[in-house]
Design a protein around this ligand. Structure first.
Ligand code: HEM
Length: 510
């Protein structure tokens, strides 16, 4: 070896050694800072991942016990990844309110094969541009049209439930899922899938299956590497579900585009084609997206699919869970149900008309019931973010690079904010009580720049569905809260649905 080569090798060695040393020092600093936080003992390599080696239906219990033992602020290790858990309003505010910590945690990358980098999973400039483009689609004038669609789908729901209103027990969850799916398909994509009449939909099954598989993968670090995941039976199932979900939205988008082209030709030919134009006025979210894309920032077909898939995911499972938890609570609390029924009687005075936006705005007590149900059972119980820079929480300096778990489920149970936090009390949302609380003590739709874009839509939908059911039926829950097993499958669901008895309201027979 000549002199130059020796010198070059030495140089490379020294530079590499310095680099590795700096990385090692950084890593040691990171570990030391994280381990100053309280938290369960972690094993080498796997960290706390073994805590998740329990049946799926025990996971919420594991989360709950862990928070009770180490909260309000603690850390866990998922293999080499550190996760900070925040369960107090003033701590989650530091993240939710920030424009810096807007990146989602690693768990969301497991949603990306399905949702790509749409609004929920995306970040950076793309997220900013799309958020600005999509926000106007939730204008109240557009929501007004959506309320009409909610009413139509609820009419079908009420008819379907008529056969069940005989006092025999049944699970109401699938009825609500199919109704919410009909609503989101028509409002988001302008298409009717008739899930309420053809309930064995492959699309619905694939949504359920992919949510469960994603959650399973998130909690098992050994399933994180893509090549291992692809080899597993679950990875194969995931791929199948994905092709059903993408196949469906791609088809709808292609059909919508071609319909818009033919509508444009038709309306050019005959501006007075009333029936056709009448239908056209019912713009779906997809139309608004296509319009925005034609007029401003151009979206690719993939970007459009990502946003539609995101709406399909965020916009039906979340509301379904919210509605079902409200029904469950009202079925367990006849005194609150009676108050809702009286409110509905005073609004509708015996009419069978579907609710208007004005009627929905008058449903103040029902709104408190919905809010209280979302407090106890937030549809999205945990949110994950990535800490972009070192930040101090409650005296602990937490290093950049940590994952952050914003535990909405536990924030909503802070006893200093909600005395007697496990009690169902819709009056928690009387204005005077809300005023006395921390603004981040109730965040079912998150808050700040990455809050839920569909929250007004969700509240209106929940009110329409619940009022339609409760104007017609009285509901009894079979189970008490302590009999239910909570499942965290991205969405907070009851393990075995919501078993109820239904009675016609005008013909009480029990
Ligand atoms: C009760 C019903 C709902 C609840 C509890 C809920 C809750 C949430 C929460 C907690 C987030 C933040 C998620 C995160 O940071 O990881 C979120 C985001 C989002 N939600 Fe909702 N949601 C509901 C209904 C809806 C509906 C009906 C739509 C659409 C029609 C929707 C669309 C979205 C979108 C697009 C985002 C991502 C926003 C962004 O990051 O810019 N949601 N939602």
């Amino acid at each position: 070896m000549d002199y130059t080569s020796v010198l070059l090798s030495l140089f490379i060695f020294v530079v590499s050694a310095i680099y590795l040393l700096r990385q090692a020092i950084k890593r040691i600093r990171f570990i030391n800072m994280v381990d100053k936080l309280p938290g369960p003992p972690a094993y080498p390599v796997v960290g706390n991942a073994l805590d998740f080696m329990v049946p799926r239906n025990q996971l919420m219990k594991v989360f709950h016990n862990r928070t009770a033992k180490y909260g309000p602020i603690f850390r866990t290790w998922a293999g080499p990844l550190a996760e900070l858990h925040l369960t107090r309003p003033e701590h989650v505010e530091l993240i939710m309110n920030s424009l810096k910590h807007i990146d989602k945690s690693m768990a969301y990358t497991f949603l990306q094969p399905w949702l790509g980098t749409g609004l929920l999973t995306g970040t950076g400039a793309k997220w900013h541009t799309h958020r600005k483009m999509i926000t106007p689609t939730f204008h109240f004038k557009i929501l007004d049209v959506f309320v009409e669609i909610f009413g139509e789908k609820c009419q079908i729901l009420v008819e379907k439930l008529q056969k069940k209103a005989d006092g025999n027990e049944f699970d109401i969850y699938p009825f609500i899922t199919h109704c919410a799916l009909d609503i989101i398909c028509e409002t988001a994509m302008g298409t009717q899938i008739n899930a309420q009449n053809e309930s064995n939909s492959n699309y619905v099954k694939a949504v359920y299956s992919i949510s469960e598989l994603t959650m399973d993968r998130t909690t098992k670090p050994w399933l994180h590497p893509q090549f291992i995941w692809n080899l597993t039976e679950r990875g194969v199932r995931y791929k199948k579900d994905l092709s059903i979900l993408h196949g469906f939205t791609k088809k709808v988008i292609a059909e919508r585009k071609s319909l818009r082209n033919s509508e444009a030709t038709k309306s050019n030919k005959n501006e007075e084609d009333d029936e056709f134009l009448g239908k056209k006025k019912r713009l779906a979210f997809l139309d608004l997206l296509l319009d925005a894309s034609e007029q401003g920032h151009k979206l690719t077909d993939t970007e459009i699919r990502e946003e539609v898939d995101t709406f399909m995911f965020e916009g039906h499972d979340t509301t379904t869970a919210g509605i079902c938890w409200s029904l469950f609570m009202l079925g367990n609390h006849p005194e609150h149900q009676e108050k809702v029924a009286q409110e509905l009687d005073s609004i509708f005075c015996g009419s069978n008309d579907p609710p208007t936006m004005r009627d929905l705005n008058e449903m103040k007590y029902l709104e408190r019931v919905i809010k209280e149900s979302l407090r106890l059972f937030p549809s999205v119980p945990f949110i994950g973010r990535y800490l972009k820079e070192d930040t101090t929480f409650d005296g602990y300096l937490v290093p950049a690079g940590c994952l952050v778990n914003l535990e909405i489920f536990h924030v909503h149970r802070c006893a200093d904010q909600f005395p007697n936090p496990e009690k169902f009390d819709p009056d928690n949302f009387l204005p005077e009580r809300v005023q006395g609380r921390h603004p981040y003590s109730y965040v079912p739709f998150s808050a700040g720049p990455r809050n839920c874009i569909g929250q007004k839509f969700a509240l209106l939908e929940e009110k329409t569905v619940l009022s339609s059911i409760l104007r017609n039926y009285r509901i009894e829950s079979l189970e008490k809260l302590q009999d239910l097993t909570l499942m965290n499958e991205l969405i907070l669901r009851p393990e075995s649905g919501i078993r109820v008895r239904l009675y016609p309201r005008n013909n009480e027979s029990s």
